[in-house]
Design a binder for this molecule. Structure first.
Ligand code: PEP
Length: 260
């Protein structure tokens, strides 16, 4: 299995940006360009309040909708949380789990990340597991044991057959929202370590198939540099995805990367 067998993935992370009245104009621009896109997985992660509208508006298209978080319980007395079962039932496809902002502002731990990954899989959602917690200390050089520890914790109890439904995102904390992206070489080194770690845990076939994204200050100017790396299968994009034109430029870059 070579990189060409892993479909590139471009995921916008809106966070809590965009006002309700901005959603339709955004989709008016993005949807016609990606509705039939087969070569690249294109997704938007949005705050829960917008998910129903986004699912309805993108129904029948190739544009996938992601939640930015989930609770780990399917139902129960967890006021203010969102259930993975409800996300799946309203038609959400992907869910981001363990984003740096969740870990640092909302006290998410490796244990809750792991519970959420299993909850997503149990409910038919496709988890995007963010690896970023301790990595800020390793500005530019990510030791294998740090990646392996965080990855192993997130995937504890996840069986190999479920890895086909998991995407991994490497997002160095110092690069998120800072305007200071990792160098493509640093990002590739981390992605290769992550793939090696998946191989250590699940074997070479599963490692060869798992998609690994880079996130952190990706822009239309540097996107291709990441997308052309051997172990980087896509990009997770915050700020640059808030503007339809720059988001579409990154989708086009991912598409071009499949042709090269
Ligand atoms: C993110 O929050 O996942 C992210 C990558 O943000 P930005 O692109 O703004 O660095």
């Amino acid at each position: 299995m070579t990189k060409s067998n892993r479909k590139p993935f471009v995921l916008a992370n809106w966070k809590i940006n965009l006002d309700p009245e901005e959603i339709n104009p955004y989709l008016d621009q993005v949807l016609p360009a990606v509705a039939d896109e087969e070569a690249v997985t294109v997704g938007i992660a949005a705050q829960d309040l917008y998910l129903g509208q986004l699912v309805a508006r993108t129904k029948g298209s190739q544009l996938k909708i992601a939640a930015e978080n989930t609770h780990w319980m399917d139902r129960g007395a967890f006021t203010g949380e969102t259930s993975p079962r409800a996300l799946a039932k309203v038609g959400v496809t992907y869910v981001l789990i363990g984003h740096f902002e969740r870990r640092s502002f909302f006290n998410e731990t490796d244990e809750t990340v792991n519970l959420k990954v299993k909850a997503a899989l149990r409910n038919g959602l496709l988890p995007i597991v963010d690896l970023d917690e301790d990595l800020s200390a390793y500005h530019g050089q990510v030791p294998e044991d740090v990646v392996l520890k965080q990855l192993a914790a997130a995937l504890d109890g996840v069986v190999g057959t479920d890895l086909a439904r998991v995407t991994i995102a490497y997002e160095p904390t110092w690069a998120i929202g800072s305007g200071e992206a990792a160098s493509p070489e640093q990002a590739e080194e981390a992605a290769a370590l992550i793939r090696q770690s998946v191989q250590n845990l699940y074997g070479p076939d599963i490692a060869a198939n798992v998609r690994i994204l880079y996130g952190g200050s990706v822009t239309p100017e540097n996107g291709t540099d990441f997308l052309s790396q051997a172990d980087i299968d896509g990009i997770l994009v915050g700020k640059a995805a808030l503007t339809p034109a720059s988001f579409l430029a990154l989708v086009a870059a991912a598409k071009a990367a499949t042709a090269s």
